[in-house]
Design a protein around this ligand. Structure first.
Ligand SMILES: [Zn+2]
Length: 179
């Protein structure tokens, strides 16, 4: 089996939290230096002149690494994630969500976490340029800025399905296909 040395390997922290993705070559080096342990291979062996090494797909660092904290940037995707990909007026999970300004921008509503929510197209049309109370609509919950997301850099990558067992956000939310 030929495996490119830059094939992705999931790197878990010592406490099994996902940290990042590296290439096979780097993962093998980490294992050989006793800095990481092999959790899963499944890609066969990497042959060198001296030895055969199992090719890792998931490794775990031997010692704990302090993870970087990423504050969440306000974007459509982040708002949809925060709102669980559900319209915040009717609760429907929709693939064609829109971003709604609770207090419309023309009324001085700000483009801030506490004034934007996910809304389905019918609810957004119904609300139009009005506040929720004027439109006779209610928010399911008050919008707030989400906590910093430690997995930000991994969440938007295309990751193999079989890694989902190691990825907390894949267990929490299943994303509609079109989003
Ligand atoms: Zn709706």
């Amino acid at each position: 089996m030929r495996v490119p040395t830059d094939s992705p390997v999931l790197v878990l922290n010592q406490n099994y939290e996902p940290l990042n993705v590296c290439g096979v070559k780097r993962a093998v080096v980490l294992i050989l230096k006793d800095k990481a342990q092999l959790l899963e291979n499944g890609r066969g062996d990497l042959r060198s002149a001296a030895a055969h090494h199992p090719i890792p797909t998931v490794i775990r660092l031997v010692s704990m690494v302090k993870r970087p904290i990423f504050t969440r940037r306000l974007s459509r995707r982040e708002v949809f994630w925060r709102d669980g990909f559900a319209c915040q007026y009717c609760g429907r999970r929709a693939a064609d969500l829109t971003l709604d300004h609770v207090t419309p921008r023309v009324r001085g509503g700000t483009h801030t976490w506490d004034n934007v929510v996910a809304a389905c197209v019918p609810c957004n049309h119904r609300k139009a340029g009005r506040s929720p109370s004027e439109a006779g609509m209610r928010l399911l919950r008050e919008p707030h800025a989400p906590r910093p997301n430690p997995y930000h850099h991994l969440m938007y990558r295309r990751l193999p399905d079989k890694w989902s067992v190691y990825l907390p956000w894949m267990r929490e939310v299943s994303v509609p296909a079109q989003v």
